[in-house]
Design a protein around this ligand. Structure first.
Ligand SMILES: C[S@@+](CC[C@H](N)C(=O)[O-])C[C@H]1O[C@@H](n2cnc3c(N)ncnc32)[C@H](O)[C@@H]1O
Length: 209
């Protein structure tokens, strides 16, 4: 018999699976990912973002512990794995060890021990597009566990000195597919590649919202 928590997890999963359109944040910033570059969709769920990114010409690697919702996604690398178990995915023996990507996309998933590895998995010029729930969300809807909710400025802190921040948001989003408190970032791995005298990285085109 299922306990209350697993029933509630099932409900949350099916609520997310019913959303088939990609997040507007992914739509908006996907054009910054280097053309035809390989993209990792971490905790991909039903694969809505992989479908979108594949449609833009990116070879996709899709990882989730439950890949049953990925039906209909052809020509993608599907990895069924628990991201929170040992060996950690990017460490020796892990399913993503040594891999780098032109894009890393994470939507509505947080496991803090992975965050630094995700930044390190960006190839030069690679783009991190991350969006998930943040503190304050517990007043509205799941997730409520603080381990699954970003702290104020947390993604900014993560990339500080490592990636160029192109866009960042944090706040209540009533219009989102699942309304709640969200934090979003788009950041590019091109610090230090500048040919300018002042070392500033190249500017990317502002993406229309
Ligand atoms: C809220 S869904 C988001 C799915 C997708 N990113 C989207 O936005 O449609 C969270 C996903 O994280 C996956 N997940 C949760 N814990 C995981 C773990 N320990 N290892 C791998 N995947 C996990 C779930 O299976 C689920 O597909």
């Amino acid at each position: 018999m299922k306990n209350q928590n697993s029933t509630s997890d099932d409900k949350t999963r099916s609520r997310h699976r019913r959303i088939t359109e990609p997040s507007p944040w992914i739509r908006r910033f996907a054009p910054l990912i280097p053309e035809n570059g390989a993209v990792l969709d971490l905790a991909a769920g039903g694969g809505r973002h992989s479908r979108h990114l594949q449609g833009l010409g990116h070879p996709m690697t899709v990882i989730d512990r439950d890949v049953s919702g990925l039906i209909g996604l052809d020509d993608v690398e599907i990895i069924e794995a628990d991201l929170e178990s040992e060996p950690a995915p990017f460490t020796v023996g892990g399913v993503l060890h040594g891999r780098t990507f032109a894009g890393v996309c994470v939507i509505n998933y947080l496991y803090r021990p992975l965050l630094r590895d995700l930044v390190a998995a960006l190839a030069p010029g690679g783009v991190l597009i991350y969006e998930t729930f943040a503190r304050g969300n517990e007043a509205f809807i799941r997730p409520r566990n603080p381990d699954h909710l970003l702290k104020s400025g947390e993604l900014l802190e993560l990339v500080r000195g490592r990636l160029q921040v192109v866009a960042y948001e944090h706040g209540r989003d009533e219009a989102a597919e699942i309304p709640g408190v969200k934090q979003r970032i788009c950041a590019v791995n091109d610090l230090g590649t500048s040919e300018r005298d002042d070392g500033e990285p190249v500017a990317h085109p502002i993406q229309p919202s």
